[in-house]
Design a protein around this ligand. Structure first.
Ligand code: NAQ
Length: 254
């Protein structure tokens, strides 16, 4: 999908991976980039606007743990402004296995709710035009960092949920795929709590292994959006972009 003239909503477009991805996106001559994030960063928004004056960049504060009704209200405002939205990127995430409920609320429930809310506008059964959902999972959704089992499971849930949404595309008109970064140098992985403190040096140990930069990750992130493959599970590790083959162990048969 050529991104020229497209309208994109980016949840968590100002984070470590998010901001570099936003920078790459505005280079593509979008029509609108609407950034939703928990905390505003006017300097970053100004920078994004300056990169490409052809792209309208707007920001709305959004906490993904908000009730579904509030999300719908915000989307109503955005759809009224833009008329159409082509892509929704869900990227909010926290890494702190001391905060069990919050991890699930931000990393998983928030993503499910935002997806559910936008279906109201996109679902072809309601006369909607369909759309594309790009969810940020993690390689820990494939194989856990077992010292952070709650975080890892929340990302496995993102991968699973997205696979179902992709399979429902013929019903809803909405396609979906995940981008799953490997360890990427952001504040997220700088220092974090393991579950029940089973490993006090989890961040230090992790960062002894090769990592990638947010720029490398962002460039492949945008490539994956351009490839726009329904049901794809992209691995973005060590500066590469690779589709993952998911092993089928069972089939519902329906
Ligand atoms: P960073 O902390 O910079 O960004 C997190 C973003 O989520 C910020 O924009 C923040 O404002 C937003 N956010 C947090 N809570 C929110 C809320 N309640 N409502 C709305 N927005 C909220 O971290 P980052 O590394 O840039 O992470 C971005 C995404 O990539 C997250 O979903 C993260 O889980 C995912 N990710 C990061 C990495 C990494 O190494 N940095 C990896 C994979 C996926 C493999 C590795 C890990 O899974 C970590 C071990």
């Amino acid at each position: 999908m050529a991104l020229t003239n497209k309208n994109i909503i980016f949840v968590a477009g100002l984070g470590g991976i998010g901001l570099d991805t936003s920078r790459e996106l505005v280079k593509r001559d979008l029509k609108n980039l609407v950034i939703l994030d928990r905390i505003d960063n006017p300097a970053a928004i100004a920078e994004l606007k300056a990169i490409n004056p052809k792209v309208t960049v707007t920001f709305y504060p959004y906490d993904v743990t908000a009730p579904l009704t509030e999300t719908t209200k915000l989307l109503k405002t955005i759809f009224a402004q833009l008329k159409t939205v082509d892509v929704l990127i869900n990227g909010a995430g926290i890494l702190d296995d001391h905060q069990i409920e919050r991890t699930i609320a931000v990393n998983f429930t928030g993503l499910v709710n935002t997806t559910t809310a936008i279906l109201d506008f996109w679902d072809k059964r309601k006369g909607g035009p369909g759309g594309v959902i790009c969810n940020i999972g993690s390689v820990t959704g494939f194989n856990a960092i077992y010292q952070v089992p709650v975080y890892s499971a929340s990302k496995a849930a993102v991968v699973s949920f997205t696979q179902s949404i992709a399979k429902l595309a013929n019903v809803t008109g909405v396609t979906a795929f995940t981008v799953n970064p490997g360890i990427t140098k952001t504040t997220l992985v700088h220092k974090f709590n393991s579950w029940l403190d089973v490993e006090t040096r989890v961040a230090e140990k992790l960062l002894e292994h090769p990592t990638q930069t947010t720029l490398a990750c962002a460039q492949n992130f945008v490539k994956a959006i351009e490839l726009n493959k329904n049901g794809a599970i992209w691995k973005l590790d060590l500066g590469t972009l690779e589709p993952i083959e998911w092993t089928k162990h069972w089939d519902s048969g329906i």
